[in-house]
Ligand binder design. Structure first.
Ligand code: BDR
Ligand code: CA
Length: 310
């Protein structure tokens, strides 16, 4: 792959089984140059999501991509809002082997131990402030706490990114964690509000579109026949996750970088209810007011599944 035509990508995530699939898609795509993976408390506590990201990247043959742990709790609450949809360990109980340390591959630096690494929000800010910052795309697949911390610390900095692709929200459909809200927005509604109002170029992939990203039995069966260890591990995770939530939510914002024609939607003004209460995390799409996001609602599901299979 020719570096000059690659898109530089920063991934903020909370693996998470659909996060694992999305990471696999990103690192397997020569069009994308994943510069760093930052982690946030979401599906599981941040120590777990960061260790999972490290193990996954090692499994995918990318021990060189740095992983940085970030926010352990949402802006307004003392404890992380986690879930057990992805199992206690966040990866459906599928052992990936190794420990939480980066594993050195031949000829590759072992990297920095997670405990010694910088905070995810500082790493994101540092990269956005670098000369290449304006060329970077952020893909956010978990609660938006780390991104909000960047904006609070450096007002206006998120707007420097080329774009921010976000899995979160539910515009015209019910939520998946409360009747009102989708998990990522509910887990840190104040952070979602900060990011929606940051003046950045936002591309949002809510449940409206990710609920169409359904894995089929045939697709799962074909993944399970792939001999690679990584494919076997992903198939084993999906066998667990598929019963709970058989949707490739987090793959959507990555896939849209590779095949934008698979997605359709509209521009509008997306607002998030951030005040505590039954509506918190609810997203509203308004046609009036200043446009702040492109919001996707349509998907070519077969196209997504064949991209993932590829
Ligand atoms: C989102 O919540 C998490 O469980 C998934 O990883 C995805 O990011 C879907 O609502
Ligand atoms: Ca996620």
């Amino acid at each position: 792959p020719r570096k000059t035509f690659m898109t530089a990508v920063l991934i903020d995530c909370d693996p998470g089984i659909d996060d694992a699939l999305a990471l696999a898609l990103a690192v397997a795509s020569p069009e994308l140059d994943v510069r760093a993976v930052t982690c946030v408390a979401g599906n599981r506590p941040v120590a777990v999501t960061a260790a999972n990201a490290r193990r996954l990247l090692d499994l995918f043959g990318r021990p060189d991509i740095p992983v940085h742990a970030g926010a352990a709790r949402p802006l307004l609450y003392p404890q992380a809002r986690t879930n057990l949809v992805h199992g206690e360990d966040g990866l459906g109980g599928v052992s990936l082997g190794g420990d939480a340390r980066p594993v050195a591959a031949p000829g590759v630096d072992p990297g920095v131990a997670l405990e010694a690494a910088d905070h995810a929000a500082d790493v994101l800010a540092h990269l956005l402030l670098s000369p290449l910052g304006a060329d970077m795309v952020i893909v956010a697949m978990g609660p938006l706490t780390n991104l909000a911390l960047v904006e609070i610390r450096h007002p206006g900095l998120l707007a420097r990114a080329r774009s921010i692709h976000i899995m979160g929200g539910a515009a015209h459909c019910p939520g998946n964690v409360t009747p009102a809200a989708e998990f990522n927005f509910w887990a840190d509604p104040a952070a979602a509000h900060v990011v929606m109002t940051a003046g950045a170029r936002l591309e949002v992939f809510p449940l409206d579109v990710t609920s169409q990203a359904a894995m089929t039995p045939a697709w799962l069966a074909s993944l399970a026949t792939q001999p690679k260890r990584s494919a076997q591990a992903l198939a084993a995770m999906l066998a667990v996750y598929g019963e709970q939530d058989p949707l490739l939510h987090d793959a959507c914002p990555v896939a849209a970088l590779l095949r934008p024609q698979l997605f359709s939607g509209q521009a509008g003004r997306l607002e998030v209810d951030w005040r505590p209460g039954p509506d918190e995390g609810r997203s509203h799409l308004h046609q009036e007011g200043e446009v702040n996001a492109a919001l996707y609602t349509g998907l070519d599901t077969d196209g997504l599944l064949s991209l993932m299979a590829e």
